[in-house]
Ligand binder design. Structure first.
Ligand code: ACO
Length: 322
């Protein structure tokens, strides 16, 4: 049976760091409020010339190098983003061209903060059915460009960045064989108004700004994430104690703590980068994963749970053995 193995990871951040104190100079907020409510201390903001595709390409190159493979062998690129360079074509095709692996499959997935989970599951399905052999799965965003910088309830929460993984079809055998073990995705369109962008090509012909009812999003997030993690564990026949690491979507430290507590997962097993990166939407899970692999926490053989929830609502979880 074919399984998708994670061969390598990479990430990219814009050059410019904006601290809470710097933000407090332009909106009515304080470092203390932001840290206490969210755990965020700083975020990276894209400058001139930095785009979703440029960050995605940099992250993809780092992942290819980490995996030790040539871009030419990539036959699938799935890129999760809610902030594409253009309405069309897909940002994935720009990345493909920049990497020089033209000819294979390349498309974007729009599931906002859950985008990387949706992209990973889609790429895994295409690999397991034999449609692709080696895939780049990327989450990349420039949310700073859809924020209302006058709205202190949202603009303090987000940042820009990209993360990527290389997946490869493997037919290795053995009970502890590496690869993606299980995945569950969900969506509930009834929750549209809790988190959305108030513009788009088919409605206002503008890009629009992010709008959110934060308190209600928070409440749904903890319930939905705890449920979907439980589903993936049950599907995979794995107990919660066997998980070595949880790599969650980095929305808010309080959501991470509350979800871990609800599931009985020790906080030391939860990878946290929200303090450094803020919420980078689809990029946050692969960014956090790459940080934890490169600093040596996530190692070969470890059991890792990815999870995310975002606008739509969409949410999902995926379990992988490294
Ligand atoms: N600085 C200072 N004060 C602020 C700020 C700010 N940046 N933003 C809001 N406030 C004020 C409000 O005006 C309000 O004042 P009031 O009591 O005088 O009316 C007060 O702080 C409390 O506001 P709440 O919105 O009730 O604060 P809450 O404790 O719910 O925290 C937050 C807000 C951080 C947005 C929280 O609800 C949250 O994290 N929600 C989850 C949303 C999220 O992470 N979304 C990301 C996308 S979805 C996802 O990724 C899961």
């Amino acid at each position: 049976m074919i399984r998708s193995v994670i061969l390598g990871s990479g990430s990219a951040l814009p050059a410019k760091v904006v601290t809470n104190a710097e933000l407090a100079q332009r909106v009515d907020t304080t470092d203390e409020w932001i840290v206490e409510r969210t755990g965020i201390r700083q975020r990276y903001i894209a400058g001139e010339g930095e785009t979703t595709s440029s960050l995605a390409t940099e992250a993809a190159r780092a992942a290819l190098e980490d995996a030790g493979i040539d871009a030419k062998s990539i036959d699938l690129i799935v890129l999760a983003t809610a902030t594409p360079d253009n309405t069309f074509p897909a940002t994935a095709t720009k990345v493909q061209n920049a990497l020089g692996c033209n000819g294979g499959i390349a498309f974007d997935v729009a599931a906002v903060c859950s985008g990387f989970l949706y992209a990973l599951t889609t790429a895994d399905s295409l690999i397991r059915t034999g449609t692709a052999k080696r895939a780049l799965v990327i989450g990349a965003e420039t949310f700073s460009r859809i924020l209302d910088w006058e709205d202190r309830t949202t603009c303090v929460l987000f940042g820009d960045g990209a993360g990527a993984v290389v997946l490869e079809a493997s037919e290795a055998e053995g009970s502890k064989r590496a690869g993606l073990l299980g995945s569950r995705l969900h969506a509930d369109g009834a929750q549209h108004d809790l988190l959305y962008v108030d513009g788009g090509p088919s409605t206002t012909q503008t890009v629009g700004h992010l709008r959110m009812r934060g308190r209600e999003v928070f409440r749904h997030a903890v319930v939905n994430l705890a449920e979907v993690l439980g589903e993936v564990l049950e599907d995979s026949g794995v107990s919660v104690d066997e998980i070595d690491w949880v790599v969650p979507h980095q929305a808010n430290k309080r959501i991470l703590d509350a979800t871990a507590k609800k599931l009985g997962i020790a906080s030391e097993k939860v990878i946290v980068t929200v303090d450094q990166h803020a919420n980078t939407s689809a990029a946050s899970v692969p960014l956090a994963f790459d940080v934890a692999r490169r600093d040596g926490r996530i190692k070969s053989g470890d059991l890792v749970m990815f999870e995310a929830m975002g606008g739509g609502f969409t949410w999902g979880a995926c379990l992988a053995r490294m």
